[in-house]
Design a protein around this ligand. Sequence first.
Ligand code: ADP
Length: 160
Amino acid sequence: MAHAVYPGSFDPVTNGHIDIIHRAAHIFDTLTVSVLSNKAKSPLFSTDERVNMLKDVCQDLPNVKVDSFSGLLADYVKKNGYDVVIRGLRAITDFEYELQMAQTNRKMAPEADTVFLTTSLEYAYLSSTTVREVAAFGGDISLFVPDRIADQIYEKFRKG
Ligand code: ADP
């Protein structure tokens, strides 16, 4: 059995993330999508809100669960016995940071390997930052996130 974890900020989850989740869930026996709760950043959505949005979009995937963590990914991976860390690669600009992180994690948690899934071309441009920026100006994000997630994003900006 291979247990994978897909860590990230998911602030908010996008169709690009969902594509990676579906593909990773197809390859590995179990997949845990885990929200990084990073107090240094000030996210648009709280950890609980991000977890709930992910649970919503993953509800039809029986081998996927959603969790959150804080601190070092390597410690979280060791504690939970994950075999694989999933990361998505969009462009060459992602590569340098991702390579460094994968190598650092492998030093600290040698029992796990990082597996990169390359973005589906239709989502190569898509990031949570883009979604937040377009939504902040009332732009159309219906191509970037599922409708139920879009409603929550607009609502967040309405409340300010
Ligand atoms: P970060 O860890 O930089 O905050 P995110 O939480 O937004 O990034 O994303 C988590 C993971 O999903 C990262 O590996 C990122 O490269 C990947 N990812 C984000 N958007 C896409 C996309 N459109 N296609 C494929 N992978 C993506």
